[in-house]
Design a protein around this ligand. Structure first.
Ligand code: BJW
Length: 250
């Protein structure tokens, strides 16, 4: 049964997700042994300086990942679907803040979603700042359909040294939530890695980590469950929905 948005005056939940939630959908994480940073240096592909120095190399890094993300065999998994079910059935607001640039949460049905590190399937014009849906490769031969500038499109993602997106909205939901859940993130990258401390400072939310293994910030969480996301996330959400808001006060 779905609870209508108007009736959602129960306790709020914020879920932070990272690359681990999409691993079992076939997308690589960053810092695992077989992760993206084992094959590419951050300073070559994920900084504004890298893009200024060698845009073709950076574009090709993201083009290859975009081709993977849109391929038929990359689909939302049970953990993405469980979060969509949580949003639909929990009697309070549920916000998913993802560090992931894939579109697996929205494809699973999550609507209240913040892509704090941007979206792989969007291109941004560095001349006029307009953002365009983009499913193919981005090349220096492409023109911005808004301003007509040539070779100014970049992936609409957040590189090191750039400000993550929608930080004001994230701050608001962190301040108001009764439960903060972190899923599939190593806790290496700020500001996301600091959200659990922010929530603890407000002092009223439960904090839970769901990950394959303890993250960098594991000791900051009041409780934790370790295992593959497709197993532990659906089970955790089943328990949460069964217990209901009363389960957050016990
Ligand atoms: C599973 C699993 C399974 C596996 N099931 N789990 C010194 C101190 C503090 C901060 C800084 C500092 N020096 C510089 C900074 C700031 C910097 C930073 O944090 N650097 C650190 C490296 C130290 N941050 C920034 O620059 C950010 N901007 C910023 O700070 O602006 C200033 C500011 C902000 C706010 C307020 C005021 C000022 C921007 C960061 C941008 C990060 N960009 C990237 C690339 C995005 C585009 C792309 O995808 O290419 O984002 S880097 C990469 O890391 C990507 C990810 O979103 C991000 C986080 O990675 P994630 O998701 O945690 O993945 P992994 O691989 O690390 O972890 C996966 C986890 O899953 C592991 O634990 C596995 O065990 C687990 N797992 N399989 C469950 N099946």
């Amino acid at each position: 049964m779905s609870v209508s948005d108007e009736a959602k005056d129960g306790p709020g939940i914020v879920v932070l997700t990272g690359a681990g939630i999409s691993k079992e959908s076939g997308l690589a994480t960053f810092r695992d042994a077989d992760g993206i940073w084992a094959k590419h240096r951050i300073e070559d592909v994920a900084t504004p300086e890298a893009y200024a120095r060698d845009p073709e190399r950076v574009l090709e890094f993201y083009n290859a990942r975009r081709r993977g993300a849109v391929s038929d065999n990359v689909t939302p998994n049970a953990a993405h679907r469980a979060l969509a079910r949580l949003e639909s059935e929990w009697p309070g607001p549920v916000t998913v803040v993802t560090q992931n640039i894939d579109d697996l949460h929205e494809r699973a049905g999550t609507r209240n979603l913040i892509h704090m590190h941007g979206e792989l399937l969007k291109a941004r014009c560095t001349a006029c700042s307009d953002v365009h849906d983009w499913r193919g490769d981005i090349t220096l031969a492409d023109a911005c359909s808004t301003c007509g500038a040539l070779g100014t499109l970049r992936p609409n993602v957040v590189w090191f040294g750039e400000m993550p997106m929608q930080m004001d909205e994230i701050g608001e939901v962190l301040a108001e939530c009764a439960l903060f859940v972190s899923i599939g993130t190593s806790g290496n990258v700020y500001p996301a890695a600091g959200f659990v401390q922010q929530v603890r400072m407000f002092g009223r939310a439960k904090t839970v980590e769901l990950n394959l293994e303890p993250s960098e910030g594991a000791t900051m969480f009041a409780s934790s469950i370790y295992g593959p996301a497709t197993e532990i996330v659906p089970a955790f959400i089943d328990d949460l929905l069964t217990a209901g808001p009363g389960g957050l006060t016990s």
